[in-house]
Design a binder for this molecule. Sequence first.
Ligand code: NAG
Length: 114
Amino acid sequence: MQPLACLNLLLLLWDILPVTLSLSTCKTIDMEQIRKKRIEAIRGQILSKLKLSSPPEAQQVTVTNEVMVLYNSTRELLETEQPLAPTTQEDYYAKEVHRFDTLGDKPGNRGQGE
Ligand SMILES: *[C@@H]1O[C@H](CO)[C@@H](O)[C@H](O)[C@H]1NC(C)=O
């Protein structure tokens, strides 16, 4: 572990320590129970967003062989494909430069830079 990471961990523990000590004086708190309640609450929120009263039944999905072949070939292509990021710094920059003069034909601009 790097020294900075060690220091961060130490500071984190230092912050948590008083809370942990104060919690130990309360009734035992079942963190697993809290986690389950939290998941339950989130599940309820998702269902209410979807305007459902209960989770939908899971459906058996059948995929045709044609789709599986397409899926496999796409996956193989992605595995063999070169990364999209340019490999050299030269490839990174544009090779054409277009110049557009933005100074209009206003009387004040005439003759400048000529
Ligand atoms: C797709 O790939 C999987 C795993 O590589 C293989 O088991 C399966 O037979 C392939 N399916 C088709 C239709 O090519």
